[in-house]
Design a protein around this ligand. Structure first.
Ligand SMILES: [Cu+2]
Length: 606
């Protein structure tokens, strides 16, 4: 069972005040009598084929207050594991917590009983026990690992895993740094869930004000400004619901280091530096850039891609990008603002310690636009369909016209023709189907909105990054070197909808929360297409364990191999999976609070 942080902290205070009696409490283990301090910002590197990891609670102070973190070997982030492709590694994980723990090796292909999901892959690691993981690394690249138990990931239990390639790789660089971005809260994450259940917008401090109203009156006229608000009121949502949890409670960390402490990575002028960016946040999307430097993206989720030069990229919890930079000045800021602009992570790349560069202003908060709410909603689509269907409330059509920058996606017209896609190609599965199929469960209390005309284009950088004057990476830019792992076309297609009810703060798949769901069956050896259709206004980074997700274009062309695919609001994407890994796996949103409240399924390959 789990005791609350608060009770423990009270005990800790007494312990520090020197009351010997504390030792008598059954809650207090030896670590508490002598609390250990977390090592921040300098994850040690562990390599070889035998590793020992110890999970414990250790003290951190991110904001002036002492808090307990859940850490591995006393470090936040956890040690960086450096392995070699082809090696069989043995990792012993000892649990010194008073609750169960686990480690999941994110993006690593391995036997299902080594995958580390309690209740699915194995029973978990009990307090005081050691579990030995053993698996052979069949891949190389940048990955990471984290707890899959409770809220431990939010509390600091994550680290990088680098697998060196067996054969020389096409990427040349002189030096490298892991840049692990995350979010930290002084609050108890269980308490955060309680607050979100009471009010889904609890942490949103960007809600429109009277000033925004007058600004809109100026731009849209009084009627337009009124309409804009009326629409949001009807949906009982806020146009700034971009992240559930914000800088109001979060500090954003670079390699476990808060902004002020300015984590710094060194380089020598003229070097090509490889930055292994890992998003290990519990709930935050980051928009990453390094003012003054172009970034050449060379890996996505550990897999080599055709190099693409960008100024900025967005990534969600679970995703990784490796970029090359060639700095020439003395210092650069590693800038990563959260998607809702409520805060940012900051670090520095410099020729010597103690240097810094200007830190840019955050970009302005943007309201969700039409394509985020209604997908490919356009004038042609008015007949018959309301693009977005809010739990039975009919929306005023005049509201559709008011948002600027409506993106018209002609490919979505096919969605209105039930026969489109079936008549033109010989193989009906050559292209992902456009026909929207809402499950009957989507009409229940767990769902407060549905998208009938999704957008399928992958070249949209997303809300807040559109037309910002910078070259922003999108999934449409990514091409994994060597093409798909399996050249077969899919034999079967399944469609899953990402659903939720913001007011009750429940998240689900096809309107069914994990606790009420049945496993999704995959047949061993089959090549299957999975369509993800986002019926919500949030972006969900969907992570399938055990098997690669090979993202395809709306025309069924292979794009990029990933382990975590972020699906934007009102977007419909598809990927191919070869079900070559027997056993029980999971597939879930990597926003911990969405996973925890139901956007999670078991997948069984048999
Ligand atoms: Cu989610």
């Amino acid at each position: 069972m789990m005791h609350t942080q608060i009770s423990r902290r009270h005990l800790l205070r007494s312990a520090m005040a020197g009351t010997a009696a504390v030792g008598l409490s059954p809650w207090v283990n030896s670590a508490w009598a002598n609390p250990k301090i977390t090592q921040l910002g300098h994850a040690p590197t562990l390599s070889g084929t035998e590793i020992d990891l110890v999970v414990d609670e250790t003290l951190v102070n991110m904001s002036g207050k002492d808090r307990m973190a859940v850490t591995i070997n006393g470090s936040l982030p956890a040690p960086t594991l450096r392995f070699r492709e082809g090696d069989t590694v043995t990792i012993r994980v000892t649990n010194r917590l008073q609750q169960d723990t686990s480690i999941h090796w994110h993006g690593i292909i391995l036997p299902f009983n080594m995958d580390g999901v309690p209740g699915v892959s194995f029973p978990g690691i009990k307090p005081g026990k050691t579990f030995t993981y053993e698996f052979t690394l069949e891949q190389s690249g940048t990955y990471w690992y984290h707890s899959h138990s409770g809220m431990q990931e939010q509390q600091g239990m994550y680290g990088a895993m680098i697998v060196e390639p067996a054969m020389p790789e096409p990427i040349e660089f002189d030096r490298e740094h892991v840049i692990m971005l995350s979010d930290w809260t002084d609050e108890n994450p269980h308490r955060i869930v309680e607050k979100l259940k009471i009010k889904g917008h609890y942490y949103n401090r960007n809600e429109p004000t009277v000033f925004d109203f007058f600004k809109d009156v100026k731009e849209l006229g009084f009627g337009g400004a009124m309409q804009k608000r009326e629409m949001w009121n009807q949906m009982r949502m806020s146009p700034t619901d971009l992240a559930d949890i914000s800088g109001y409670t979060y500090q954003y960390l670079t390699n476990g280091t808060p902004q002020k402490a300015n984590w710094t990575g060194l380089f020598k002028a003229g070097e090509t530096v490889r930055l292994r960016y890992i998003n290990s946040a519990a709930a935050s999307f980051f928009d990453v850039r390094i003012p003054g430097l172009k970034m050449t993206v060379v890996q996505a989720d550990g897999q080599n891609v055709e190099p693409v030069e960008v100024d900025e990229f967005r990534f969600g919890p679970g995703e990784t990008y490796d970029v090359l930079v060639t700095p020439v000045k003395e210092a650069y800021t590693l800038f990563a603002q959260s998607i809702d602009r409520s805060g940012f992570a900051r670090g520095t790349l410099a020729t010597q310690m103690g240097m810094s560069a200007d830190v840019p202003e955050m970009d302005p908060v943007q309201w969700l636009e039409t394509q985020d709410m209604m997908g490919a909603m356009n004038h042609g689509a008015h007949g018959g369909h309301a693009g977005h269907d809010m739990g039975g409330d009919t929306m005023d059509h005049s509201a559709h016209e008011m948002a600027a920058n409506t993106q018209t996606d002609h490919s979505a017209h096919g969605a209105h023709d039930a026969h489109a896609g079936h008549t033109m190609a010989e193989n009906p599965l050559a292209k992902p189907s456009q026909q929207v199929r809402h499950s009957k469960h989507e009409y229940g209390a767990s769902v407060d909105m549905r998208v009938d005309t999704p957008r399928t284009n992958l070249d949209d950088p997303g809300i807040g990054l559109r037309n910002n004057g910078r070259r922003v990476l999108t999934y449409a830019d990514l091409r994994t070197l060597g093409g798909p792992l399996d050249p077969r076309k899919p034999e079967r297609e399944i469609e899953l909808h990402l659903t939720g009810n913001m007011h009750r703060y429940v998240w689900s798949i096809d309107g069914v929360e994990y606790g009420k769901s049945e496993p999704i069956p995959f047949q061993f050896g089959e090549r299957i297409r999975v369509i993800l259709h986002n019926d919500t206004m949030m972006t969900h980074p969907m992570h399938l364990h055990g098997m690669w997700s090979e993202l395809e274009s709306p025309d069924g062309e292979f794009l990029v191999r990933k382990h975590t695919i972020s699906v934007q609001p009102a977007q419909r994407v598809s990927f191919l999976v070869t079900a070559d890994a027997l056993g029980r796996w999971v597939w879930h949103c990597h926003i911990m609070y969405h996973m925890d409240t139901g956007m999670f399924r078991e997948v069984v390959v048999s």
